[in-house]
Design a protein around this ligand. Structure first.
Ligand SMILES: Nc1ncnc2c1ncn2[C@@H]1O[C@H](COP(=O)(O)OP(=O)(O)OP(=O)(O)O)[C@@H](O)[C@H]1O
Ligand SMILES: [Mg+2]
Length: 234
């Protein structure tokens, strides 16, 4: 069986400087677990996916075109993660998936490799939504969202100091939270993409939210063990 990870660009490179400690610890975890489980990692865009569109907007360039550039940032992160895993001796597919037939391709590649890493595919949606699509395509056990926050709150904890963390909720509750904060702008800071949440609801994909720097939680969530983040299931 397969576990899918939506690996936030905020943890790979949230500041303009890739986090060396994170990628080192994370790749060790993947190396260990990939001996038992197939793992699909969908990388987000992080700092670069925001910095470039921020300039492009000054030239009145559409959000879709901002997204196209954002996708290149997710692919840069995928190419980087692939190489680090490869250098650590992980059985990782050496390319990211780039065409719209990526669901079929994923199944094909998972027959041979233990780990597949890819960035975003289509403008108008984020790598979170791609990760749900790949969870459906690979019949995954669960999807683990790895971000810079330790779970889902009732509102953005970086904007509202009184925001409360919720340890367990259903898909509709997550949809309500996401709906309140989503604007549709490329690179917005939301806990999970609106389309991804809807698809997870329809296809009943179990979601786990953990903080990337909490390595114990990352490992537990991938393994399906109890963790300190948030679990979303009906
Ligand atoms: N209800 C919420 N609960 C938790 N975090 C929230 C919520 N609403 C908004 N956020 C914000 O979402 C941020 C995480 O999403 P963000 O898109 O910045 O990172 P990411 O998805 O990990 O990275 P990337 O989008 O680059 O792949 C948090 O730092 C937090 O400020
Ligand atoms: Mg995000």
């Amino acid at each position: 069986m397969t576990v899918v990870l939506s690996l936030g660009g905020s943890v790979i490179n949230g500041t303009g400087e890739p986090d060396t400690r994170f990628i080192s610890r994370f790749s060790d975890i993947i190396k260990k677990i990939s001996k038992k489980e197939k793992i699909v990692i969908v990388t987000g865009g992080g700092y670069i996916a925001r910095a470039y569109p921020n300039v492009m907007r000054k030239f009145n360039i559409s959000e879709i075109e901002c997204d196209e550039v954002g996708i290149l940032a997710t692919r840069l992160n995928a190419a980087y993660v692939i190489r680090i895993l490869n250098a650590k001796g992980v059985n990782v597919y050496p390319e990211y998936l780039s065409s719209c037939d990526f669901t079929v391709k994923l199944r094909d590649v998972l027959n041979i490799y233990n780990v597949v890493v890819t960035g975003g595919v289509s403008p108008g949606m984020t790598s979170d939504a791609d990760s749900v699509i790949l969870s459906i395509a690979s019949n995954a056990k669960r999807l683990v969202n790895v971000s810079n926050v330790n779970g889902v709150y009732d509102s953005d904890p970086n904007k509202n100091p009184k925001a409360k963390k919720i340890n367990k909720m259903n898909h509709r509750e997550l949809l309500n939270i996401v709906f309140r904060s989503a604007t549709g702008m490329a690179g917005e800071h939301i806990i999970f993409d609106m389309l991804g949440t809807k698809l997870a609801l329809i296809h009943n994909i179990e979601l786990h939210f953990v903080k990337g720097q909490n390595y114990t939680d990352v490992e537990k969530a991938i393994m399906g063990k109890k963790h300190n983040g948030t679990i979303v299931r009906d």
